[in-house]
Design a protein around this ligand. Structure first.
Ligand code: APR
Length: 179
């Protein structure tokens, strides 16, 4: 995936007019606070009914529902890891969330997707480490999407993503591969 397809957006992911937005869900898929609460409020009550039929989702993976009242046609509910100091496989589980969402987008033939900063709120994942995993996983994914948005709710997170993408665009190919 080219960095040219990736962009940083400041704001509320529920307003993004992309093919799919990603929810920072929990394993029950029955709603919560943060992004989860915002998406359920904006998508309407049909979303919870659809989520109940999914019977949960393991950490490090994602499941799809329609977007209902959202501008986005799909919602990919990703279950990120809770940060436990970095010794419990958190990095691999977080990368798994991004990969699972990119796979879902590929399977559905989608062209654009918007990610929140998964696990970096209530789940306390360190912002920069999480952003590096997000960008690297999208960069090395085998199929290309026209547009990947990293939607950041706060300026600190946005600045981290901007610096990562700027560095990646300037880095020689070998370094980019290392990202
Ligand atoms: N749009 C975009 N980003 C948002 C929004 C929004 N409307 N609301 C919050 N965020 C940001 C947060 O500031 C943080 O950077 O999304 C990131 C993820 O934060 P959380 O929503 O707290 O998600 P996470 O850390 O993955 O914790 C998931 O929280 O809401 C519960 O049910 C959810 O148990 C699960 C847990």
């Amino acid at each position: 995936m080219s960095f040219m397809n990736m962009t940083v957006v400041r704001g509320d992911i529920t307003t993004r007019a992309v093919d799919a937005i990603v929810n920072a869900a929990n394993a029950s898929l029955l709603g919560g606070g943060g992004v989860d609460g915002a998406i359920h409020r904006a998508a309407g009550p049909e979303l919870l009914r659809a989520c109940r039929l999914l019977h949960g989702c393991p950490t490090g993976s994602a499941k799809a529902t329609p977007g209902f009242r959202l501008a986005a046609r799909w919602i990919f509910h990703a279950v990120g890891p809770v940060w436990s100091g970095g010794t419990r496989g958190e990095a691999e589980k977080l990368a798994g969330c991004y990969r699972a969402c990119l796979e879902l987008a590929h399977q559905h033939g989608l062209r654009s997707i918007a990610f929140p900063a998964l696990s970096t709120g209530i789940y306390k994942y360190p912002r920069r480490q999480a952003a590096e995993i997000a960008v690297r996983t999208c960069r090395t994914f085998g199929h290309s999407l026209e547009r990947i948005e990293f939607v950041c709710f706060d300026e600190e997170t946005a600045a981290i993503y901007r610096s990562l993408l700027a560095r990646s665009l300037l880095a020689p190919e070998r370094e980019q591969a290392a990202l």
